[in-house]
Structure formats: C-alpha cells, structure tokens
Design a protein around this ligand. Structure first.
Ligand SMILES: [Zn+2]
Length: 264
C-alpha cells in the first residue's frame, strides 16, 4: 500500500526521525538551489564555491545554512547588501517537506530514496521552467533511465508498467506537439516520459490528469485577470511537476478506485 492514513503512519515514526529527515531535506534543498542556478548555464555544480552574483563575495559556511542564514542576513548579501532571491529558502523548505512526506508514506525503504530523488528532480524542473521556460534534458533524459532502473530494483511498479508509462507519455505528448504546432515543447514530453518511468502508466494517467486540470484553471485565471495575454506562453512543466508529486503519493490508489468503479 502506498499511503496508509497519514496520522497513523506518522505516529509510527518517532518525531526525532522525522526532524532529522526534514533537516536532511533542507540541506539537499540548499544543493538544489545550486543546481537550479548552474544547470541552465552549463556550469559545474561543484566548483567554484557559491558567491554573491553582484559583488562576487564568496559565501562562508555560516552564510550557507539552509533557511537560517537567509533569516539572519534578512535576505541580503553580507558584503554588498544585494537582495537574495526568496527562491532559496522556499526551495529548501519545499524539499524538506517533500522528503518528510516521502518518509511518512514509504518509511525507511528503497522506495523512500527513489521518491526523494524524484521529488528533488521535480522541484528543480519546476523552478527552472518557471524562471526560464525551459526543462533541461540533463535532468529528464537520465531521469527516464533512473526511473525505470529504480522500479526494476524496488518493484514499486513492475518494469513493464514503467516501460508502458514512458511510451504512453511520449506518444501522448508527441501527438499534442504535432497537433498544436508548438503549444507544448519537447521538454514537456521528456518530463512526461520521466514521470511515466518513475510512476508507471497507472499513476502517470492520474498525474497527467492533475497537470492538465490545474494548468487549465491557472491559464484561465491568468487570462481573465489579464496577468497574461492570449499569446504569452504559460510553462506546463510546473503543473506536470505538481501532478507527478500527487501521482507519486496517491496515483495508484486513485487508479484502483477509478478502475474499481467500472468493475475493472
Ligand atoms: Zn554581494
């Protein structure tokens, strides 16, 4: 079972363990910020050390503590007082919450690690797509392979369901791309295939359903509030990422419930 009732499972894990998992999630989130900035620029993730983009001052270890440093520095560079993006603490907190949720859902298992990797990748993709309207291949293409291999190892879904997920997502997005003539990009297709690999085709369908409904509602809201024009692109990656996270936690259950309704 993927998700038992949350309070019951949470009670099964000592608070100390959940706090430790959350803190680890914050630290990983801090690294995800580096990935979000450097991957689109094609820069190394390991060198040089992080520095202020305005004055170039290198960050000391105590300026690099997740969330806390941002609060202590009031969101400004220690040297030149240039504002630091609020994206940094938000990414750290979201990843911390994501990792704790994965632990509550899966416990100390290989599936928890896989879920943590998927959620971290989705956070990175979402942040980059929101900022630059692109979904980097260096994340999604290896993601397809990792998702398939992870399922072969853990058996969370069978390798066949994973493979079908890749094919279903790939062909669905290819059809949309060809039919719409540029309404959606190849990046969305590869992200969809990655979700198919990790989730299997059943949970993938739920993830796509969530993404399309959510994307439609937000697009209509942006249009009617005149925040976006009819011609402005609204990136689809963030909705796929949210749908993918929901598919991870609830997809199999929702599919079973839905299929059950039709006596399948
Ligand atoms: Zn500075």
């Amino acid at each position: 079972m993927i998700v038992a009732s949350l309070p019951a499972v949470a009670a099964a894990w000592p608070a100390g363990v959940l706090v430790a998992v959350g803190l680890f999630g914050l630290v990983i989130g801090s690294f995800l910020n580096v990935v979000i900035v450097r991957v689109p620029e094609g820069r190394s993730l390991w060198r040089p050390r992080s520095a202020c983009p305005r004055c170039g001052a290198q960050l000391a270890w105590h300026d690099n503590i997740p969330v806390l440093s941002f609060l202590v520095l009031h969101g400004r560079c220690r040297s030149c007082r240039a504002p630091i993006s609020w994206r940094y603490p938000v990414v750290e907190i979201v990843n911390g919450v994501a990792l704790v949720s994965a632990y509550v859902a899966f416990g100390p298992t290989a599936e928890f690690l896989v879920a943590g990797v998927l959620l971290a990748a989705l956070i990175v993709v979402m942040a980059i797509d929101l900022q630059l309207q692109l979904i980097p291949d260096v994340i999604t293409i290896p993601g397809i392979v990792v998702g398939l291999l992870a399922n072969i190892v853990t058996g969370h879904v069978s390798w066949l369901e994973s493979l079908i997920g890749i094919v279903v997502a790939g062909s669905l997005f290819l059809t949309i791309i060809l039919a719409s003539g540029g309404g959606m990009g190849g990046g969305d297709m590869k992200l969809g295939a990655m979700l198919g690999a990790f989730l299997g085709w059943k949970a993938l369908l739920f993830a796509l359903f969530v993404a399309i409904v959510l994307g439609g509602v937000v697009a209509i809201a942006l249009l009617s509030l005149r925040l976006r024009g009819r011609k402005d692109p609204v990136p689809f990656g963030p909705f796929l990422a949210i749908g993918g996270a929901m598919g991870l936690f609830w997809g199999a259950r929702v599919f079973a419930w839905y299929a059950g309704g039709f006596g399948l």
